[in-house]
Design a protein around this ligand. Structure first.
Ligand code: FES
Length: 184
């Protein structure tokens, strides 16, 4: 399960740059007077609203797409929800601890990579799986995960998709049903 906690090291102060301020004003202007707090999710990508800190905190700590600590150029998200967990997601977590950092949401020694646990990424049929930036890596075990992480730490781009040779989410060893239907 993902643990949502802001990074311990926080900047002393914060100020928008000019382009972020312009973008924020455009977003806030889309909402009716008195309802501007509804812009919080869009603004968390930029930031600012006259609303209690705790309400922003609630939103930011609920959704894993808001990063609460700096992430690396390669951002590894390991799904540890039930289907992935019963298929061995803990081995993927072990691999991340060995190759990237002992704790999630910490940068690797060369600062190029970070990892975290997340809730279901919608690829349960190919569990266990992880996402690296925009790509899904599926049907993994510890060794396959170590190999993938070695590649990204060496600046290579490993092939996304199933690591048991499946085509997308088809059953292993070809289809088992609808065999009489052409193009099923
Ligand atoms: S439980 Fe892992 S992708 Fe759904």
């Amino acid at each position: 399960m993902s643990l949502r906690r802001p990074a311990k090291d926080q900047p002393e102060s914060f100020e928008f740059n000019t382009s972020s301020l312009e973008a924020a004003n455009v977003i806030v202007a889309k909402y009716p007077k008195g309802k501007q707090q509804s812009a919080v999710m869009a603004l968390l990508y930029i930031k600012f609203l006259d609303m209690p800190y705790i309400k922003v905190y609630e939103v930011a700590t609920f959704y894993t797409m808001y990063n609460l600590a700096p992430v690396g150029k390669y951002f590894v998200q390991v799904c540890t929800t039930t289907p992935c967990m019963i298929r061995g997601a803990n081995q993927l977590v072990e691999a991340c601890k060995e190759k990237i950092s002992e704790n999630e949401c910490e940068l690797s020694n060369d600062k190029s990579c970070s990892w975290m646990e997340v809730e279901c990424l919608g690829a349960c049929v190919n569990a266990p799986m992880m996402q690296i930036n925009d790509d899904y890596y599926e049907d993994l075990d510890k060794q396959k995960t170590l190999d993938i992480l070695d590649k990204i730490l060496n600046g290579e781009t490993p092939k996304p998709g199933s690591y048991r040779g499946r085509v997308n989410n088809e059953p292993e060893n070809n289809r088992k049903t609808l065999m009489d239907l052409k193009n099923a």
